[in-house]
Structure formats: structure tokens, C-alpha cells
Design a protein around this ligand. Structure first.
Ligand code: IMP
Length: 427
């Protein structure tokens, strides 16, 4: 049984949670490996509709172990609330394990996220303001406080005192804000530690055991490739790597241990927050996609920007992740459109280019070069067999497959678990 990484191929919100929820039925382990509660995974299954931010989408199967691994930054208040909400609705979290190496989101991270955004003025990133950037900054600056520190109150106090001295200086001297109280945060985080203690452990051992038993393991990506701090639209990116490679660093698995990498793409493009989206539609078609698909952020409720499928960006995504399979989600959203466009290149400074430029300034000047295909104008939501797809939908999928240079294994035609068409077996 393989290790499969489920990775967002675009700017996040590709409906990865739905696929993980589906694939988890056969899995033994599901691992969230990057980001934090900036992510929002909507899952609709027999338990109802859930919006998960930190807990892996495999949690609905009690036999599946779910890990929040070292690569995630955890806001304990959010996690405790998520656990409580699941439990209230009859979903057990006894199968949840939290890495003692994961860094914590602290109250000053939340404050600084907002203050830094405001200081950027017109150049704000449009972050989710969940403190994610400042928490990852502290991790690499070696100022972070880790989940394991919650289990030793002396260590927690020492690390917090050190970090807070520094943070309070920034809050007061740079931003003119009020300092935070050491005792208040310490007491609160001690309580969080007591509540989370049963879940905290060395998660790499659970992974190692599952790998040696040849269990099916899912690595659940958060955000999307084009929000990666190295390869995305920097600086309009997030702060940890949503790439398949991030699935190694964020879990402790070696690169040779990942067998399949499933790139998840929506049948069109969306982005929430600032930064370039070359195929953005600021017209009726964009509005129609947004409303039909209810494209509003799971975490912040912000309207998502919508546009045509960008195959230049998608091919880049395939290359830097090494996708072995692709999934196309939300195909049904395009059901009513008379024709569809796919971006197959960009025009930059009068020249045609076929690559995704590193520079945001260049990307903002790129004019998409489109290919137009006929729409199918019939509902696909009840289709389960590839042979029942309208020929225009098949044509659209075949063209996407060629352009993104990766075989399409799954096509989602609705939010529910069963609304999926399997073109090739996975796993
Ligand atoms: P941050 O991750 O909150 O710092 O936000 C940085 C950028 O990533 C902003 O453009 C956010 O809108 C975007 N972002 C972060 N998490 C997600 C997500 O789960 N889906 C889509 N966009 C996200």
C-alpha cells in the first residue's frame, strides 16, 4: 500500500479535504503536514458538513489514525475548539495524535499578523490574520514554542519569558501597542497543555510503524503550490511549503517513501487574498462561477477571486511537485457555460511565454493566451462512470490532461463523498 500525498495544485481551496475524506476510507493514517488554521477544509459526509482547520480530514473514520505533524503551526485554542465541536457531533478524536515538535501559534503572533499587514498598507498580503506568518518566522528564528514545551511547565515559562521580552519590545517600540502579560499567557497555555496532553506524542514512530506495515498513508496538503514561499507568487504567499516536498520535511518521511503524489486542481482558478491571478475574470462569468460554487473563504468568509483554468501555472505545479496523478474538482460548476477558456500561454512585453514567471511584477503584466472549447451545458452531478460524461466534458478533461502533463485519475462533480468519477484507480 502506498504513501499518497494530496497536494493543492493552484492557490489553495482545491477541495483537497473532499478527496482525503474519500481516500481515507481505505487508509490507516492521515497526516496534516504544513500550514496552520489558515487552512479550511470543508467536508460533507454522512456525519454532516464540517469545516476543519487543523484536524486531518480522515478524523471521521475511527479506525484511521490522524496526525497533526511537526510541519504544522498549531493555535491550541482553535484546536481545542475543533476537537470539542467534533465530539459534540458524535465524532471521536481518540484517533488524533499531535506532534510534540509542532510549533505553537501564540497570542503575539495573531497581533503581529494584523499589525504587519496594516503596516504594509496598499501592499498588504491579504493574510488570514491567524498568526501563521509570525509563527513560522519564530520557528526559523528559533524563538518558537513547541507543543512538547506545553508538557513541561518550567520549560514553557522559560521559553515564553524569553520570546515575550522580545515580542513586547516589538509590540511597544515598533507598533506603539500595549505589551502582553507573561502570566496571562503562561496560565492560559498551561491549561491548553493539560487539555491537549493526551494527544501529544512522538509522531514519527507512528509513521515509521505504518510504513513498515505497508499501510496506506495519506499526507494531507494545505493551501496550494502557488502559495509556496519559494515557488509561489512571492511575497503574496503563505509561510510554509504546501508542496509534496513539504510533506517530507513536515512529517519526517524521506522523499523515497512517498509513492504517489496527487495534484488537486479545480476545473477553473480561484484565489483569496492579494497577488496575481493571471486568468482572473472580473465580469459576469467570474461572478457566476463564484455564486454557483459558493466561492467564499472557509476560514475568513472573503469572496474568492475566480478565473479560467491556468494551464501554464498548472504545468509548473506538476513539475515542481512531481505529480503522478491529478484530480480535477468542481467540474459541475462549469455545467451551464456555453464555452470554456483554458490559458495555454502568456503574452509578456509583446512576446509569448510558456512558463510561470518568478516576478510578481512580470506576472501582473502577463496577458493570458486562451484556447476556447465548447461547454457541455448539461448536469454532471449524478455521473459516476467516465463513459457517461458529455463528450465536451471529456474533451475539456483530455485537453487539461495534455496541458498539465499528468494523468487525471479522479474527477469530482459535487461536494458529497460519492460525487466522484474514477478514471484510473487510486491507490
Ligand atoms: P497566511 O497564510 O494567513 O499568512 O496568508 C497568506 C496568503 O495565503 C493569503 O493570500 C491567504 O489568503 C492565503 N491562504 C492561506 N491559507 C489559505 C488557504 O487555506 N486557502 C487559500 N488561501 C490561503
Amino acid at each position: 500500500m502506498p504513501v499518497i500525498a494530496v497536494i493543492g495544485g493552484q492557490w489553495g481551496d482545491e477541495a483537497k479535504g473532499k478527496l482525503v475524506d474519500l481516500l481515507a476510507e481505505q487508509a490507516k493514517l492521515v497526516v496534516r503536514f504544513s500550514g496552520g488554521d489558515n487552512a479550511g477544509h470543508t467536508v460533507i459526509n454522512p456525519f454532516g458538513e464540517f469545516k476543519l482547520h487543523l484536524i486531518p480530514s480522515g478524523i471521521f473514520y475511527p479506525q484511521v489514525k490522524c496526525i497533526i505533524s511537526n510541519g504544522v503551526v498549531i493555535n491550541p485554542a482553535v484546536l481545542i475548539d475543533e476537537i470539542a465541536k467534533l465530539n459534540e457531533r458524535g465524532v471521536t478524536t481518540d484517533n488524533l495524535f499531535i506532534s510534540d515538535r509542532a510549533n505553537l501559534v501564540m497570542p503575539y503572533h495573531l497581533l503581529l499578523d494584523g499589525l504587519e499587514e496594516e503596516a504594509r498598507g496598499g501592499k498588504a498580503i491579504g493574510t488570514t490574520r491567524k498568526g501563521i506568518g509570525p509563527a513560522f518566522t519564530d520557528k526559523v528564528a528559533r524563538l518558537g514554542i513547541r507543543v512538547g514545551d506545553l508538557l513541561d511547565k518550567e520549560v514553557l515559562l522559560e521559553r515564553l519569558r524569553f520570546a515575550l521580552n522580545y515580542k513586547n519590545a516589538i509590540l511597544t517600540k515598533v507598533y506603539g501597542a500595549e505589551p502582553l502579560s507573561l502570566d496571562g499567557i503562561y496560565q492560559q497555555y498551561c491549561q491548553y497543555g493539560e487539555r491537549l496532553a493526551p494527544y501529544i506524542c512522538e509522531t514519527t514512530i507512528i509513521l515509521e510503524e505504518a510504513v513498515s506495515r505497508d499501510d496506506l498513508i495519506l499526507l494531507e496538503g494545505a493551501q496550494g503550490t502557488l502559495l509556496d514561499p519559494d515557488f509561489g507568487t512571492y511575497p503574496y504567499t503563505t509561510s510554509s511549503s504546501p508542496l509534496a516536498a513539504g510533506g517530507c520535511l513536515g512529517t519526517g518521511l524521506g522523499p523515497t517513501q512517498i509513492d504517489r503524489i496527487l495534484g488537486v486542481f479545480k476545473a477553473y482558478s480561484t484565489r483569496v487574498g492579494e497577488g496575481p491571478l493571471p486568468t482572473e475574470l472580473k465580469d459576469k462569468t467570474g461572478d457566476l462561477i463564484r455564486e454557483r460554487a459558493h466561492e467564499y473563504g472557509t476560514t475568513t468568509g472573503r469572496p474568492r477571486r475566480c478565473g479560467w483554468f491556468d494551464a501554464v501555472a498548472a504545468r509548473f505545479s506538476t513539475r515542481i511537485n512531481g505529480f503522478t496523478d491529478a484530480a480535477i474538482t468542481r467540474l459541475d460548476i462549469l455545467d451551464t457555460l456555453p464555452s470554456l477558456k483554458i490559458c495555454v500561454g502568456y503574452e509578456l512585453g509583446g512576446k509569448r511565454i510558456n512558463y510561470f514567471p518568478a516576478s510578481v511584477a512580470a506576472l501582473e503584466k502577463c496577458q493570458p493566451v486562451y484556447e476556447e472549447l465548447p461547454g457541455w451545458q448539461s448536469p454532471t452531478t449524478d455521473i459516476r462512470e467516465p463513459k457517461d460524461l458529455p463528450s465536451e466534458a471529456r474533451q475539456y478533461l483530455n485537453r487539461l490532461e495534455e496541458l498539465i502533463a499528468c494523468p487525471i485519475s479522479l474527477v469530482a462533480v459535487g461536494a458529497k463523498r460519492e460525487q466522484i468519477i474514477e478514471l484510473r484507480p487510486l491507490p
